[in-house]
Design a protein around this ligand. Structure first.
Ligand code: SF4
Ligand code: SF4
Length: 343
């Protein structure tokens, strides 16, 4: 490992230089909250952000995107649309990084997703070590996403007025060599790094009353648990919890055809298993009509179904769904309720 040091004053020139060749996306303030947005002025970047409203997933899987265009003339012609661009995604926290690793699996296994993979291919990830929790809703320590040794191209850890820079891929090394002004880390820098990393762990609390390895079997046994009815009674079916989730990836595909029925566009937008119409099929049947069943489905996805399919839990502990839920439904409380056998 050949660690470098990037002075904070060197970040703006680095981002300026990157902006000549890439779309640079990073955390910026939006009112009292933060969002990942394309950078127009490096001074707006906020590496001190707590969490963002939407996860950086939106860069790789936009809330709405065109998939294909087609003609409806005698010979049907379909053209795949790839609206991708070279991107540097800056300041990704390790929980969101872990979520991107999961999405990489999801979108490359079984049915490779042309749009996601094309944008992913053109995206350089620069992640940021969290040195304190976002807030009381984070449970990244439980979910094992509090730090990351892989998944990004460059990983940054703040030490005083600089960042320790760990380029973990060739793309990361090339970016540093071409755009950044860095120096080799000294013994004193390494001591600061170890001090920061040592100090961070006690600042994060465990929120779950059990080891997450138990989640799949625990949920399997809880299929008929009365909790689902309680959650179903409280849930407003707004879909916010899934919209803000870095690991939710369901989308709706729809076609738009011109007035003369000669050509059209196929697009997709994010969907939510919590919406009333999500499971409505032809004939008007809805195979997951009850909100209780939809609440169960979401938590089963997070702690069991995704694990069974991809060998990874479907939750990274970012806490966004808890923060956003107006009905005050908490995935942490739900999991603990099931574990502790409460009714
Ligand atoms: S955010 Fe809360 S109220 Fe809205 S769908 Fe999710 S659980 Fe239900
Ligand atoms: S389920 Fe909630 S806590 Fe888990 S990754 Fe999704 S938004 Fe974050």
């Amino acid at each position: 490992m050949n660690l470098k040091v990037l002075d904070k004053r060197a970040i703006a020139p680095l981002v300026e230089a990157l902006m000549d060749d890439y779309r640079v996306v990073g955390p910026q303030a939006k009112g009292s909250k933060f969002t990942f947005e394309a950078v127009t002025d490096p001074a707006n970047l906020r590496f001190d952000y707590d969490t963002t409203i939407l996860p950086p997933k939106k860069v790789l899987l936009p809330p709405q995107e065109r998939l294909a265009t087609f003609t409806l003339q005698e010979d049907l012609q379909v053209k795949t649309v790839l609206e991708t661009e070279p991107t540097v995604l800056l300041g990704v926290h390790t929980c969101d990084l872990k979520a991107i690793q999961l999405l990489d699996e999801v979108f490359s296994k079984d049915f490779p997703d042309a749009q996601y993979l094309a944008q992913r291919e053109q995206t350089i990830l620069i992640s940021l070590e969290c040195l304190s929790p976002c807030d009381e809703h984070s449970f990244c320590k439980d979910m094992g996403t509090l730090t990351a040794s892989e998944g990004s191209d460059i990983h940054l850890t703040e030490i005083d007025s600089a960042y320790i820079v760990d380029a973990t891929t060739e793309a990361g090394e090339e970016l540093l060599a071409r755009y950044a002004t860095v120096r080799d880390a000294t013994e004193a820098d390494m001591q600061k790094l170890n001090k920061e990393l040592g100090a961070k762990w006690p600042k994060f609390n465990y929120q779950l009353d059990f080891e997450t390895a138990k989640l799949p079997s625990m949920l399997e046994a809880a299929f008929e648990h009365p909790l689902w009815n309680d959650l179903g009674d409280r849930c407003l079916a707004c879909g916010s919890c899934t919209n803000v989730c870095p690991t939710c990836y369901c989308f709706n595909v729809y076609d738009e055809v011109d007035m003369l029925l000669t050509k059209g566009t196929r697009s997709r937008n994010w969907d939510s298993c919590q919406l009333d119409e999500f499971a409505r099929v032809a004939g008007g049947e809805n195979f997951r009509e009850a909100r209780a069943a939809r609440q169960r489905h979401r938590l089963m996805r997070k702690g069991k179904y995704i694990y069974e399919k991809f060998d990874e839990l479907g939750c990274v502990g970012c806490g966004r769904c808890i923060r956003t839920c107006t009905a005050k439904i908490s995935i942490v409380e739900s999991f603990n309720t099931i574990h502790n056998g409460k009714k």
